[in-house]
Design a binder for this molecule. Structure first.
Ligand code: PHE
Length: 494
């Protein structure tokens, strides 16, 4: 197949040219034979055939004589000298005064000169002609000349050409380059059977890929350098997209999602996690305590357990925090300050079945709003309860998560949380700096034993907005929530 890589227009043109192998094809012949109306299509196809060695282009620069404005009028309304001649023949008294009456000034003036040149003389104010035939021949030659235009310069009567060149705005000369196309030897050898046009494909669809049709199809070429406008369609908020991506990663890693309420008690939010009741983070200035509901009733049994653990460590071997435990404090209603409040309740309900759970949800803290703080933000929380779960496994899990997010450099540092031992801080390297993204650790016996939990529990809680700042390259966390449409539109897909 010699003609394999020809596009459809080239196929059609070559097929046409094969009907007359020796012929030098003009543009108008190609257009009509190929049934095209666009010259650019023909010229493009001809150029393609020439580039591939099937045709040869000959360029001819030609000068054409065309009618200009006065020439067109001369054709449609008759030449002024012809109209004057008609007048002369029809008038009894072809006087100067009569002529000036019959014709407008701008025609009468030059008209006299024209008549004289045709061989009409003037004797004491009266026109006279000795050879009618000569005048009529001259007039019809002029008319014929004009109606034969446009024509090539060489083909027209040179005397009349000179005549009309001297008359203003009758004719104009235009130089144009015409191309003709003739088959090369190679082109002449192509069999017309090879030149069936293939289907042109604009769009790649799953249906197309399922069949084998695409193999022989011609694909429309796209010019990716062309200017285009950005389509403005609806899209998810970048935070929502980020949450979806995180969800996918955890689901992929075998976790199940836990979605729970953010109205909670201080008991589950803090006491269950062995956060001492006089811990500064519990103060009014850090936690949003609720007026309604101001308290939420808790079963006495669970409060008894917490009370013992806090006061003396209960059966766990711990000495506890000492002091007095307040059940009223436990029952205070609040907005959760961390998603760990839901994790611990899930464990209380499911203490023995090994699990992997995660949450990406909203938490609240009384923070002054600034570049890196918001009173309402999200945490990415997770736990693994498994026999033999250990610190190494915790670090590996977190590393895997951040690696999947696109941050392969992760390190941990020792930290402190009342409910984990050991406790870690997780840091990710971004633009050469280590950034703290969250906390992690293994739950302490004071947390797990009263609930009847037997296996170690690896736990972490990380900031979603902090991570979003990295992903979106922000230096101000507030940008995420100010609904700046222009900014939102220009965010990358996450
Ligand atoms: N709850 C902690 C916080 O809010 C994070 C954390 C979760 C730490 C689980 C250890 C284990 O910062």
């Amino acid at each position: 197949m010699v003609a394999e890589n020809l596009v459809n227009t080239e196929r059609r043109m070559l097929k046409t040219m094969l009907t007359n192998k020796e012929h030098d094809w003009s543009l108008s012949e190609i257009l009509s034979e190929c049934d095209w109306s666009d010259q650019a299509v023909a010229v493009g196809a001809g150029q393609g055939l020439a580039d591939k060695g099937f045709a040869r282009i000959t360029e001819h620069a030609t000068t054409k004589v065309r009618l200009a404005e006065q020439g067109q009028l001369g054709v449609s309304e008759g030449l002024l000298e012809a109209r004057l001649w008609q007048w002369f023949k029809a008038t009894d008294q072809p006087t100067m005064a009569n002529l000036q009456q019959s014709f407008a000034k701008h025609e009468a003036g030059p008209g006299i000169g024209l008549l004289k040149k045709l061989g009409i003389s003037m004797n004491s104010g009266v026109f006279d002609c000795s050879d009618y035939k000569l005048v009529e021949e001259a007039l019809s030659a002029r008319e014929q000349f004009l109606t034969s235009l446009p024509a090539e310069l060489e083909s027209v009567d040179q005397e009349l050409l000179e005549h009309f060149k001297k008359r203003r705005n009758f004719i104009e000369l235009v130089v144009s380059t015409d191309r003709t196309w003739v088959l090369t030897k190679r082109g002449g050898k192509v069999s017309a059977d090879e030149l069936t046009e293939t289907a042109v494909i604009n769009e790649i669809t799953p249906e197309l890929l399922q069949t084998d049709n695409w193999r022989n199809a011609e694909f429309r070429a796209f010019d990716v350098t062309l200017e285009s406008s950005t389509p403005r369609t609806g899209r998810s908020h970048p935070m929502q997209s980020l949450i979806e991506r995180i969800r996918h990663i955890f689901l992929e890693m075998g976790f199940s999602e836990l979605i729970e309420d953010y109205v909670q008690t201080a008991g589950w939010n803090m006491d269950a996690l062995f956060i001492p009741q006089d811990h500064p983070a519990r103060e009014m200035q850090d936690t949003f305590y609720l007026d309604n509901p101001e308290t939420l009733a808790l079963p006495d049994s669970i409060m008894e357990t917490w009370s013992e653990i806090h006061q003396n460590g209960g059966q766990t071997g711990s000495t506890g925090w000492g002091g007095e435990f307040s059940k009223e404090t436990s029952q205070r209603g609040l907005l959760r300050t961390h998603t760990t409040v839901n994790t611990i309740q899930y464990l209380a309900d499911n203490p023995t079945t090994p699990c992997r759970m995660f949450t990406v949800d909203r938490v609240f803290r009384k923070e002054a709003i600034d570049r890196t703080h918001l009173p309402e933000f999200h945490q990415i929380e997770g736990i693994i309860m498994e026999e033999g779960a250990n610190l190494q496994m915790l670090v590996t899990t977190l590393k895997t998560f951040y690696e999947k997010m696109g941050y392969p450099e992760v390190r941990v540092r020792p930290a402190y949380f009342p409910y984990t031992e050991p406790s870690l801080e997780i840091e990710v390297k971004w633009r050469g700096k280590w950034l703290e993204l969250g906390g992690a650790g293994i739950f302490r016996p004071e947390v797990t034993e009263p609930l009847g939990i037997k296996h170690p529990i690896l736990a972490w809680g990380m900031g979603l907005e902090r991570l979003a700042m990295l992903v979106l390259g922000l230096d101000d966390i507030r940008q995420l929530y100010i609904s700046d449409l222009e900014w939102l539109r220009n965010q990358p897909l996450i």
